[in-house]
Design a protein. Sequence first.
Length: 224
Amino acid sequence: MSTRGPRLVLLGKQGAGKGTQATRLADHYKVAHLSTGDLFRDAANFGHELGLEAKSFMDRGELVPDETVVGLVAEHLGIDDRAARGFVLDGFPRTRRQAEELRRILDGRPLDLAIDLDVPTEIVLRRIAGRRVFAQCGALYHVENPPKENWTCDACGGRVVQRDDDTEEAVMRRLELYEVETLPVIQFYRRAATLAHVDGSEETDDVFKQLVETVEAQFDPTKP
Ligand code: AMP
């Protein structure tokens, strides 16, 4: 009997911990982790046209146009047959149209679960205000949990900076867009009965444990 990894979508506000938890889930299930935000940031760092175009939206806290994001996701899910073998999508879909397009891309292979990582707004605001990231290796820190040496990244030795879109203005705009554009995505998955909620305000390890339990309760690896 052939088995596969889960096909998961992780939803949640900025600062809910999607990136950290999606990385851990993908490692745990040995599936691809696709973060559209990371893909755009990498493309911008390499000076690719797609990345530079995306950056002009990202720095203002606006959403990158659906066509651009959907094209990128379709391309990456096509690599190594990820759409069939399993994946964790982090930061996609963020609009109802993207959710519909994802269903089309998956072409009859249903998502196993969309998980809403729920964190109250006052907590995400505190997390984002202190968030620091090293642009090249992507390691995340918080001002209350800094690298060992003088704001030099423990992992790659480089300098740690604040994300360009973690300014107060961009953060408020992203939260506003979350309400308007991404809450309908949660509705979409609720209607399709593939939605689960996990409280993301606990300690990282506890949240991860909850996430794995939630996936295990729903996911059948023998189903194609
Ligand atoms: P993230 O790293 O997930 O917080 O994403 C950072 C930024 O990338 C967002 O604020 C958007 O500008 C852009 N972005 C990432 N994913 C999407 C998406 N699915 N749709 C539109 N824009 C996106």
